[in-house]
Write a protein that binds this ligand. Structure first.
Ligand SMILES: [Ca+2]
Length: 263
């Protein structure tokens, strides 16, 4: 009898956990979000800011938040490097420790990218060299309304080459470079990262990534967790450092995200 009761408890707990998980992740009961086809473009060159907090004006016209985890990480304006003007954003992320992923990035929220939309984004990145940058995440477009904020992420995999996963989702659906043609991400100089997405929860999604003038990812596949997902947040910087061995420093400048092609 006791065993039966334990088994029943385990089954009930499992069902409750799964139901809870599905409820916070799935959205088939929600209405299809309307597409907003008006032009939208956000750009920031990290100029016209005397201090870091000037990047976060109350009218929400610039950035909306940061991730700085753990607190010993730093994020600030810097005049050490600049792709445009005099300033860039300097992000320092210590190693991953005690299972806490290290983060140092800025966030732009209140975006509205849904199924059928195109996303065009560009940023200039200067990653300090000296060690492998495997497990460094640089650019995330995600849904803040869903548990763990799933979305498309751009990161450096083994060999310091760009890849993209559908992060924090049931299936990570990784887009990779062909191993023989994989181009390592350059260190200690400005690199132009360009991204084009066509959003779909099915196999007709598109993701293209250019590293300077080279198209390094040319993929078809799932780019959106579900048909009703709204990507509303862009994170740029060291959105995650999963390395337990190497801390990293990244400068970011001239970030753009747009609904229309701009190159
Ligand atoms: Ca600048």
């Amino acid at each position: 009898m006791k065993l039966k009761r334990i088994l029943l408890s385990v089954v009930l707990l499992t069902v409750a956990t799964l139901a809870g998980l599905l409820a916070v992740r799935m959205d088939w009961f929600e209405p299809i979000p309307a597409r907003n086809e008006s032009a939208f473009v956000f750009r920031d060159s990290f100029e016209k800011a005397a201090v870091f907090r000037d990047l976060f004006p109350q009218d929400l016209s610039r950035w909306h938040g940061i991730q700085q985890v753990p607190e010993r990480n730093t994020i600030d304006l810097s005049t050490e490097k600049a792709h445009s003007g005099q300033q860039s954003l300097k992000c320092f992320a210590s190693v991953k420790r005690n299972d806490i992923t290290s983060k140092s990035d800025v966030e732009r929220e209140l975006l509205h990218f849904v199924k059928g939309d195109h996303v065009w984004s560009e940023c200039w990145l200067w990653l300090k060299g000296g060690s492998s940058a495997e497990h460094v995440f640089l650019w995330d477009l995600e849904s803040s309304h869903k548990w763990q904020s799933p979305g498309r992420r751009i990161y450096l995999q083994k060999g310091d080459v760009i890849a993209s996963d559908l992060g924090k989702w049931f299936f990570s659906n990784i887009f990779r470079q062909p191993p023989q043609q994989a181009v390592p991400f350059p260190f200690d100089r400005w690199v132009r990262l360009r991204v084009h997405l066509f959003l779909s929860e099915q196999s007709d999604g598109i993701m293209e990534i250019w590293q300077d003038d080279t198209k390094v990812i040319d993929a078809h596949g799932q780019t959106l967790p579900t048909a009703r997902t709204i990507y509303d947040r862009l994170e740029v910087g060291i959105t995650a450092n999963g390395s337990t061995e190497h801390a990293h420093t990244l400068y970011v400048d001239d970030v753009t995200i747009s609904r229309r092609a701009f190159w």
